[in-house]
Design a protein around this ligand. Structure first.
Ligand code: URA
Length: 436
């Protein structure tokens, strides 16, 4: 087969065969396909799309480009959740131990921050000793022993995705529905899941801003995942405001641990976390309906089971239990913490959520180049929610910074990003839609 002839077909909107797709994907993984050819293929797909069958074949070929895990020796459902990325999205940190406390197993392969969105791995890296880059054996052992493990993509898990993703990132082909579908699902399916729930973020802090595009992506992922034998549903959730009260790595980790301890959960964060958990518990028949699932989840927090699972998982992956048990004192804190006030008092009407994510990057909490090390302590806490009243005493949020000179610039960005109104405002529902 000639790679240029296959790329030519996609360029000309002709359908390519399973064998042709496998040939390209093997070439990407082995390096026999030149980066310029992989880039051209990704641009042809970006411009012309792929059929459902081609998308399924691309996903399966990428899944099979490296090692695939199986947990067949575990006699319980193997489940996972994946989010398309948001600002303040710390759901995975709570969902994995909560589900593990309810009797299912969660082998979660998570990612680092991407663009303005935060990444679960960066949040976990703020725990000293926690290793997100362990080998497959440690990962599997932790899943079996604890019920959940959250780590990064190992070098041999869907390596074609790793390469193609890096190429897409620098040639403007990230926002393609078939490519996102194959990229996300190749990693998820390689982890040996039987049940998956997708959190498709929608709004000004998400990659898919419009509901129409978010639904298109949800349908594509649900179709392909079910076609590949993993029972999958998707929830469309609102990303027109920060999820929860904190944004930034260690700050979000603290909010997640507070939540697992049953302390003052933020309503929207609580709803998204539990709805996603319920999908998995009901789909896997561990709970007969949503009410039963909610009872199990509430118990996992009230009895301290989920918090305990989080500690056990972290210790199994290298963390010191003592640091986590006293996390409020032991997790790193920023040097400067200052309130940010709105220009005038009023009710929060609108938040340009993408800018809040960019604010974290400007404070050093995210990367501006792939290998950069980041600052775990920086970000925002007590972030206002749509409908909240702010005035001269109630700030929009508190900024956490290591470098005092950044505070002015980032505070200005936050003030500009949050719009107030004289009239009372109300937040829209956080769950927008469900795709089964
Ligand atoms: N996350 C991924 O893993 N891949 C994409 O293409 C987009 C988001």
């Amino acid at each position: 087969m000639l790679p240029q002839e296959i790329i030519r077909k996609t360029r000309n909107k002709e359908v390519i065969t399973k064998d042709e797709i496998e040939f390209l994907v093997k070439g990407i993984a082995s390096g026999s396909l030149a980066d310029i050819q992989a880039a051209s293929f990704s641009m042809a797909v970006f411009l012309n799309g792929l059929t459902k069958e081609e998308t399924l074949n691309l996903t399966l070929a990428m899944r099979d480009s490296g090692e695939t895990l199986n947990f067949e020796d575990i006699n319980a459902p193997i489940v996972d959740k994946h989010s398309t990325g948001g600002v303040g999205d710390k759901v995975s940190l709570m969902l994995a131990p909560m589900l593990a406390s309810c009797g299912v197993y969660v082998p979660m392969i998570a990612g680092r921050g991407l663009g303005h969105t935060g990444g679960t791995l960066d949040k976990l890296d703020s725990i000293s000793g926690y290793k997100t880059n362990v080998d497959v054996k440690t990962f599997k052992d932790t899943v079996k022993k604890v019920g959940c493990a959250i780590i990064g993509q190992t070098s041999n898990l869907a390596p074609a995705d790793k390469k193609l993703y890096a190429i897409r990132d620098v040639c403007a082909t990230v926002e393609s529905i078939p490519l996102i579908t194959a990229s996300i699902l190749s990693k998820k399916l390689a982890a040996g899941l039987k049940y998956l729930v997708m959190d498709i973020k929608c709004g000004n802090g998400a990659f898919m801003e419009s509901k129409k595009r978010a639904i298109e992506l949800a349908k594509s992922i649900v179709n392909v995942a079910n076609g590949a034998g993993t029972k999958t549903t998707a929830l469309l959730t609102d990303m027109n405001s920060v999820l929860g009260l904190s944004v930034g790595n260690a700050l979000e980790l603290k909010e997640a641990l507070d939540y697992l301890k049953g302390k003052t959960p933020n309503k929207r964060l609580d709803v998204v976390t539990k709805e996603l958990c319920c999908e998995l518990l009901v789909n896997s028949n561990v709970a007969k309906n949503k009410d039963t699932a909610l009872k199990m989840l509430n118990q996992s927090i009230e009895k301290g089971y989920a918090y305990e699972k989080f500690i056990k998982m972290s210790v199994s992956l290298g963390a010191d239990a003592k640091v986590l048990e006293n996390y409020e004192e032991n997790l790193p804190n920023a040097k400067y913490v200052r309130p940010i006030y709105a220009k005038s008092e009023g009710y929060i009407k609108e938040i340009d959520t993408r800018k809040i994510g960019l604010g974290v990057i400007m404070l050093g909490g995210g990367r501006t180049s792939p290998t950069e090390s980041i600052n775990y302590t920086t970000g925002f806490t007590s972030f206002c929610q749509i409908g909240d009243k702010v005035d001269a005493k109630t700030p929009l949020c508190y900024i956490h910074a290591e470098d005092e000179s950044k505070i002015k610039e980032v505070s200005k960005l936050i003030v500009e990003a949050v719009k107030t109104s004289d009239k009372k405002t109300k937040a829209s529902s956080v769950i927008i839609d469900k795709i089964s």
